[in-house]
Unconditional design. Sequence first.
Length: 118
Amino acid sequence: MIDGKIVGRGHNRRVQKGSAILHAEMDAIENAGRLKASEYKRAVLYSTLSPRDMCSGAALLYKIPKIVVGENKTFQGPEDYVRSRGVKLEILNDETCIQLMTDFIAAKPELWNEDIGE
C-alpha cells in the first residue's frame, strides 16, 4: 500500500507456480510492478504472518519502512533484525490470522515445513 492505495496483492503461490520463492510478500511486490525508490519508501507491506528471511530481505532491499503483521504466534521471522534496520513492525496477533495459520499447519504440515525451510 502506498499513500492509502493498494498497489500489489499477493498469495503464497509456490505450489501453484512450482516456485521456490513465491511467498505472498514476494508475490505482492512482484504484482506491484517496478516502482521508484521514492514510492517504496512510502509503502506499507501487509502480511498474514511474520515475514521470513527472504521476504524480510526484499522489504529491506526496497527500504519499505513499515510492515503490518497479522500474527507472529505460529512463526516469527527475523523481527529484531528488521527493526534494527529501521523498519516499523506492527504486530496485530489477530485471532483470525492465528486460526488460519494454525489450521493450515495442522492440515498440511509437510507444505508448511517446506514454506519455512524445514
